[in-house]
Design a protein around this ligand. Structure first.
Ligand code: FES
Length: 161
């Protein structure tokens, strides 16, 4: 959620800039972050929260299960996604099936970063370094990077941690 905080604030403070809808998933209520900010955001935007282990009266299950509710009849023209990498990839694929262009899906890729300066290679994504070139990638570009990583000889980083 933290990488998107500025975007959410921006959409609220500049209402003409974007019509933002948010789907926020967490393992359980105790693992949610930015409580004070969410209280404000929840009132200002269409907002859906889901839990792997939901408190009574709340939505249960992966955020992917709730995309229909979020999208309604009108798929968004842009999707911003952050979270575990495999979850983001599943979300991106699902959004594409619903008509969102892969170039309009943005992923905030968190890798195990050490040097944060393109030196150690811990954050490889194909020929890209998430610390230097990311961590935000368009999904079409990210898919290309993952495909190039898959072609690397055995023993080299696959690009997917
Ligand atoms: S963190 Fe070392 S190369 Fe990116």
């Amino acid at each position: 959620m933290a990488p998107l905080a500025g975007v959410i604030d921006g959409a609220i403070n500049h209402p003409g800039a974007a019509r933002l809808r948010v789907l926020y998933g967490a393992r359980h209520a105790g693992s949610q972050v930015l409580s004070r900010e969410r209280e404000h955001w929840r009132l200002a935007l269409p907002w859906i929260e889901t839990f792997d282990v939901a408190p009574a009266g709340h939505r249960q299950g992966s955020p992917l299960v709730h995309l229909d509710e979020l999208f309604g009849d009108e798929p968004p023209d842009t999707v911003l996604c952050c979270g575990p990498e495999l979850f983001m990839l599943a979300t991106a694929r699902d959004c594409m099936k619903r008509g969102v262009a892969d170039s309009r899906i943005w992923l905030s890729v968190e890798r195990r970063m050490h040097c944060a300066d393109g030196l150690c290679g811990h954050c490889y994504v194909g020929e890209s370094y998430a610390c230097r070139d990311g961590p935000t990638y368009r999904y079409n570009e990210y898919r290309r990077l993952l495909a190039s990583a898959a072609k690397r000889p055995a023993g080299q980083d696959s690009g997917l941690c």
